[in-house]
Ligand binder design. Structure first.
Ligand SMILES: C[S@@+](CC[C@H](N)C(=O)[O-])C[C@H]1O[C@@H](n2cnc3c(N)ncnc32)[C@H](O)[C@@H]1O
Length: 210
């Protein structure tokens, strides 16, 4: 079942409130934990590309110049910062308000779909992955990166404890595993990388031709 409008509005307000500090906080994690993940993901994008939950647009600088980019995001404050960044970079992007759980695009309309560090926060992440697969053309590429359940039990135990606070407070999950949803959706994983005690996972998966 889709996330209720009341819950959606609550998380939108959460991200609106955190937009101003987002780049500073995420910059720290990018440097310390996520390594070159943004470059790794964006370098593989090509053609008509949709970035789901684009946030403040931290990936924009990393896309090849010839990528035809669209980004959706449900927090107006995050999206405003992404618009500002796109202008500062002179990087044209079609940026609009949208919901990852119900993408307002026809079936098979993108060559590439990207989502970084957002499936941990999207309330119904299963639905979001289903939507990403729907809008991807057959043979198109899904590029995902996120923090996931660690391969070490002690770290997983800490993640479980963290979630007791972060899920009710900010809708932030630490033990999700998008890879499982991607393979269950019948997509073929072509590249896969996991590091930092298995906490960071990034992948490229192709939608079958038929
Ligand atoms: C941790 S931030 C990641 C932002 C960006 N993708 C990045 O890599 O920096 C999570 C983002 O997901 C967005 N988000 C959460 N649920 C969403 C939904 N259902 N539809 C669209 N955006 C959503 C939030 O507003 C927030 O901007």
């Amino acid at each position: 079942m889709a996330t209720s409008a009341v819950r959606q509005a609550r998380w939108q307000r959460f991200w609106d409130r955190h937009a101003r500090d987002y780049d500073r906080q995420m910059g720290f994690l990018d440097r310390r934990l996520f390594r070159d993940t943004r470059e790794w993901i964006c370098a593989q994008a090509g053609g008509r590309t949709l970035e789901v939950a684009v946030g403040t647009g931290l990936n924009l600088v990393h896309y090849p110049r010839d990528v035809n980019l669209t980004g959706i995001e449900f927090s107006p404050a995050m999206l405003a910062l992404a618009r500002r960044r796109s202008a500062a970079l002179d990087r044209p992007v079609m940026l609009r308000i949208g919901n990852a759980e119900s993408l307002a695009f026809p079936d098979e309309s993108f060559d590439t779909v990207v989502c970084t560090f957002s499936l941990c926060a999207i309330p119904d992440h299963r639905r979001a992955v289903t939507e990403m697969a729907r809008v991807l053309r057959p043979g198109g590429l899904l590029l995902l990166a996120d923090h996931v359940a660690s391969t070490r039990w002690a770290v997983r135990a800490m993640q479980w404890a963290l979630e007791l606070v972060t899920v009710p407070w900010g809708g932030e999950h630490f033990r999700r595993r998008p890879l499982e949803l991607v393979t269950a959706a019948g997509m073929g994983v072509e590249k896969h990388d996991r590091f930092a005690a298995g906490v960071v996972e990034r992948l490229a998966a192709r939608k079958p031709l038929s």
